[in-house]
Design a protein around this ligand. Structure first.
Ligand code: GAL
Length: 838
């Protein structure tokens, strides 16, 4: 054992000399086996993804500050090509796409940037970040050894690098960018396509390195990333990841903090304890850099959601919620983890870990520097049992599936399964009810009318729309002879429609007869229904609706959308008619879109109905109202529970697609943090809308007269739409006696372990008005549904009430003398508290 460790350390010392040098001595970013090296100093870097177009520039400073307060060193973002080059050669870097401003704000806050240029970015973003026009470049094939693709990819990558250089944003120029990324998770694609994939990988790496940014490049999920590009891991766990060369550090570019929501799917959650455990596992195995994907997920405004079927909210169960508020306990628990890691940093960067067994399923990982620093991680991988382990001269209690961090090899300051941070339950409180709505009926399009184009057969939707709108009408006339048998029997013909997706509304003679839609896993759909036809000409109008373009999959640029057929009508005198080859008329987009009904000027160009003329539960209806901004500065969202499917605009800006009528299915269940996490574990909201609330950025509102426009496809009742404010409802603490705490660090030297304390706080301007629950003993449940257990101190409420009510923050010591004595000696106890902030 001793020899093995010694050998390893020698090996390590040897490697230290062979680091990649990228630039001058003044400002440099290099790496070696152990870490990213900034200006000659090895660092353990803590990073989090914040995607600039998924929030507003007004939100950026606060998000970045909260990331800094949460203990982050680095902000990671993708670069969103289709936002920056919406049509070929026409660039856009304003507003939510002001990349330079975003990076400068990060710099001002004193944080670094990891810039993932891609330009393929996946990210549940429309078309994986590619502009749709790119698909129609002659001879192109995406993400392979293809001339036109490589030309455009290089052109855009250069464009971004040149902007960064011109602004002096690379670390070597005194800026914050310490790393970039080329491509994204290309390894699996390369594996499938073979030789051209390998050639493309080599080309991409060389092209990127040739841009001389002065800072390292990363390729994630790319086992064969060519030197000097560093390969990196993405996943829920990455502790066993090994870079492809020993002289590269171990990077985790995406530590998934939760998962995305899809329309029709439940809402994913990842327990803070498991996320902290995964990160601690990565660090104890020699990890050098990890990035939370996402730290703030935000919102897929407009039509930026990919998928198809990715929801408008990209909350991701991230440490900062969609609205930019801390999600606790996750945010606070990770902040504490980061403090513990930073206390250990000097030992961590000095060696590889020495691993020893502490039990069947328990290990110690120890790091030492030659100046005497020592840090230990004590791990219990068992999913069921608490285990007491001996380490050094101490005894340490390790809850199931947890790691304790001892930054000095003696004092446990943090355990991944013991929350020191408070939990909060957020409420959506109505601040504006009873909008006074007006409605306008979108007309059903009809074949051969002036504004349509007739074509033979069925055409692919994106080819026709170029994704300038979600909507494409497929229109034809069905002429029924007066001798058709069904006219007498009433056995109406059966209409069969096969569509490549994503949703379809079928109108016969102007009436909606039915709708069909797919899902993320199965975007294709079929529509089968008997339709009422009359003798003579019947108008068939199919409104095909796209719900975001695919963002991942082999050659996803070739996947189709729209009614591609066959379309058949069955049960006629001559049997079945195949309508697929008929002449169809096409109309791109809605009339209301053309009129700009979502804008102030457009909305005043038509007559709207109100009062008794207000359309309710009618398909294809536009609604508008005006309202004054509510007071306060809390985040706002529209409660769309009473609506079906469509889009929403505030003052002409699209806040995204709404689809509360798509209810979540797929399985929800109880959630235990212990055990391997998957995106199917810990989901909520089954049977409920996948997304009920839609973020309205404060900065999009004027003090008075805001125009709110909703386009509704299915039919709904707008009178129940509310504007809600997100507020902190209740706050909870769940503190075990003797649990590791940062306060132990202060007690160092005295040989004592600090007594555990419960801390509660309300946001600024709010106070604790009531203690809703308090139990010292063995209380059960989680924040929002605690109950007393078999052991409960009857004086549990006294101290919390005295210390907390009327205060913005308070502390309660978790020890028997504060609760009228020990209610069950010999039993491990904790204090659970729930308080209301008002
Ligand atoms: C990763 C991908 C990210 C994102 C994530 C899921 O594989 O790199 O862009 O799509 O999956 O949220």
């Amino acid at each position: 054992m001793g020899l093995r460790v010694q050998m390893r350390n020698m090996n390590f010392m040897f490697l230290v000399f062979f680091s990649w040098a990228f630039s001058s001595a003044t400002a440099s970013v290099t790496y070696d086996h152990r870490a990213i090296v900034i200006n000659g100093k090895r660092r353990i870097l803590i990073s989090g993804s914040i995607h600039y177009p998924r929030s507003t520039p007004e939100m950026w400073p606060d998000l970045i500050q909260k990331a800094k307060d949460g203990g982050l060193d680095v902000i990671q973002t993708y670069v969103f090509w289709n936002g920056h080059e919406p049509s070929e050669g026409k660039y856009y870097f304003e507003n939510r796409y002001d990349l330079v401003k975003f990076i400068k704000l990060v710099h001002q806050a004193g944080l670094y940037v990891h810039l993932r240029i891609g330009p393929y970015i996946c990210g549940e973003w429309n078309f994986g970040g590619f502009p749709v026009w790119l698909k129609y470049v002659p001879g192109i094939a995406f993400r392979t050894d293809n001339g036109p693709f490589k030309w455009h990819m290089q052109r855009f990558t250069e464009k971004i690098v040149n902007i960064m250089k011109a602004e002096g944003l690379f670390e070597t120029q005194g800026g914050p960018i310490i790393m970039s990324q080329i491509e994204n998770e290309y390894g699996p694609v390369e594996w499938e396509i073979g030789a051209p994939g390998k050639a493309y990988t080599k080309w991409a790496a060389q092209m990127a390195v040739g841009l001389n940014t002065g800072v390292p490049w990363v390729m994630c999920k790319q086992d064969d990333a060519p030197d000097p590009v560093i390969d990196a891991c993405n996943g829920f766990y990455c502790e066993n990841y090994k870079p492809n060369q020993v002289y590269k550090p171990k990077l985790w570019t995406e530590a998934w903090t939760g998962w995305y929501t899809e329309f029709g799917g439940p809402v994913p959650h990842r327990p803070a304890e498991d996320l902290a455990f995964a990160v601690a596992r990565f660090i104890q195995n020699g990890g050098a850099f990890f990035n939370y994907y996402m730290y703030h997920g935000g919102t897929n405004f407009g039509r930026t959601a990919g998928g198809p079927f990715i929801a408008t909210s990209y909350d991701y169960d991230a440490p900062l919620d969609e609205f930019g508020l801390p999600r606790d306990p996750k945010w606070g628990h990770l902040r504490d983890l980061h403090r513990a890691i930073k206390l250990a940093e000097s030992a961590l960067v000095s060696s590889d870990p020495t691993v020893t067994k502490l039990g069947n399923n328990q290990e110690a990982h120890v790091f030492r520097s030659n100046t005497g620093a020592c840090a230990a991680f004590l791990a219990n991988y068992d999913t069921n049992y608490d285990v007491k382990v001996s380490f050094g001269n101490g005894r340490y209690n390790l809850p199931p599936w947890s790691i304790s961090i001892l930054p000095d090899c003696k004092t446990a300051v943090y355990n991944t399964a013991r929350l020191g941070a408070q939990s909060t339950v957020m409420w959506m409180t109505p601040v504006y009810k009873g909008f006074s709505w007006e409605s306008y009926n979108e007309e059903t399009a009809s074949a051969n009318s002036g504004d349509t184009t007739a074509l033979d057969g069925l055409w692919e939707q994106v080819y026709v729309t170029r994704d300038n709108t979600d909507y494409l009408w497929y229109l034809t006339d069905i002429t029924i002879g007066s001798d058709e048998g069904f006219l007498k029997t009433g056995n109406y013909p059966l209409l069969n429609i096969f569509s490549a997706g994503h949703a379809l509304h079928v109108f016969v003679n102007g009436q909606l007869t039915g709708s069909a839609y797919g899902s993320l896993d199965k975007p294709k759909l079929t529509f089968t229904q008997n339709i009422k036809l009359r003798a003579g000409v019947n108008k068939l109008a199919l409104l095909s609706v796209a719900v975001g373009l695919p963002n991942v999959g082999l050659h996803f640029e070739t996947w189709n959308a729209g009614v591609l057929g066959p379309v058949t009508l069955n049960g006629l005198n001559t049997g079945t008619w195949d309508m697929s080859k008929w002449k169809w008329s096409y109309k791109i987009g809605l009339k209301g879109e053309k009129l700009g009904l979502h804008t102030v000027s457009g909305s005043s160009s038509v007559e709207w109905g109100q009062g008794s003329f207000l359309a309710k539960h009618q398909p294809l209806t536009w609604y508008k109202t005006t309202f004054n901004a509510p007071g306060g500065n809390g985040p706002l969202a529209l409660d769309m529970n009473s609506m079906g499917k469509g889009q929403i605009w505030i003052n002409g800006r699209s806040i995204g697609r709404h689809w509360p009528a798509y209810k979540a299915s797929g399985g929800c269940g109880p959630c235990n943090y212990a055990g391997t996490f998957t995106d199917k574990k810990c989901r909520t909201d089954c049977g409920q809308p996948s997304q009920r609330w839609y973020h309205v950025p404060r900065s999009w509102l004027n003090p008075t007269g805001n125009l709110l426009v909703v386009f509704e496809e299915w039919g709904g009742d707008p009178n129940w739409i509310n504007l809600d404010q997100r507020t902190t409802g209740t706050v909870c603490a769940d503190i075990h006696e003797g649990q590791p705490t940062m306060e132990n660090w202060g007690a160092l030297g005295s040989g004592k372990v600090a007594v555990a304390k419960a801390h509660l706080w309300c946001p600024p301007g709010h106070k604790i008005s009531q203690i809703k629950f308090a139990s010292y003993g063995v209380p059960q449940g989680t924040c929002g549904n605690y109950r007393a257990g078999s052991c409960h101190a009857h004086k549990s409420y006294d101290v919390p009430q005295k210390n907390c009510v009327g205060q913005q923050s308070c502390t309660v010591i978790v020890a028997p003398q504060f609760f009228g004595g020990d209610p069950c000696p010999g039993v491990a106890k904790k204090l659970s508290l729930e308080a209301i902030c008002s």
